[in-house]
Design a protein around this ligand. Structure first.
Ligand code: SF4
Length: 225
């Protein structure tokens, strides 16, 4: 597997914010979001080849129940199927973090889906058309939310993005509002805090949640945190 990094930290986003977790970050992505906070897995992908045995050993050494398999887009990688199933058999709680454009038969206790809205499209770049064609796959989203416990984390930059979220959700009427999270776009503490204030008001009106980005608040936007 092509791996960008393996580290131990806390979950910074969504339902399990604050929970100690080990992270396995695969490298490679089929999208190129303007705001990507892990460009080393997308715009300039880099990493090392690891065997499944070596990855299992690294994760077990952390002795941490929660394991987050993230990217990049981890569901692009066929080996995440046996990897996740073995972790599950060993008693781990597994979260997959995905943009929801690919599906595989993985073992996951939580499918954490971050749908990519129009605000993610890298307008004017070589990737604009490919990104736009790939970023919304309704059949994949439906399968993921039918087959797994899930949360939806929407990255919000400005008020007008909220209309996009509402439109997106109209396609999936069975989505439970408590599984919808608004997350501020940004990589600086002050920027995130300012957005969280108005995001909290907007979320409350709709019975949605807000998600902080605790890892950025605590450690800055650094790798390995
Ligand atoms: S889907 Fe995630 S990893 Fe891929 S470009 Fe977008 S933010 Fe980056």
């Amino acid at each position: 597997m092509w791996i960008s990094e393996v580290f131990n930290s806390i979950q910074g986003e969504g339902r399990y914010t604050g929970v100690p977790s080990s992270f396995v970050r695969t490298s490679g992505c089929n999208l190129r979001c303007t705001f990507c906070d892990t460009p080393e897995t997308s715009w300039k992908p880099e990493g090392d080849e690891r065997t499944l045995e070596s990855l299992w050993g690294e994760v077990e050494a952390f002795e941490c129940e929660h394991v987050v398999i993230t990217g990049g887009e981890p569901l692009l990688v066929p080996e995440v199927v046996p990897f996740s199933k073995k972790l599950k058999a060993r008693g781990h709680f597994i979260t997959f973090e995905t943009a929801g454009t690919v599906v595989r038969n993985v073992a996951a206790d939580l499918m954490s889906i971050s749908p990519k809205l129009a605000n993610s499209t890298p307008v004017g770049t070589d990737w604009e058309a490919r990104h736009e064609a790939r970023r919304h796959r309704p059949a994949v989203i439906q399968q993921l939310i039918d087959e797994y416990d899930y949360q939806l984390k929407f990255v919000i930059d400005q008020q007008s993005d909220l209309a996009d979220v509402e439109k997106w959700l109209e396609e999936f009427p069975k989505v439970q509002s408590e599984n919808v999270y608004l997350m501020p776009q940004g990589t600086e503490f002050d920027q995130l805090q300012a957005k969280l204030v108005w995001l909290a008001e907007e979320a409350e009106k709709r019975n949605w949640q807000v998600s902080p980005r605790k890892h950025i608040e605590l450690f800055g936007n650094k790798r390995g945190t």
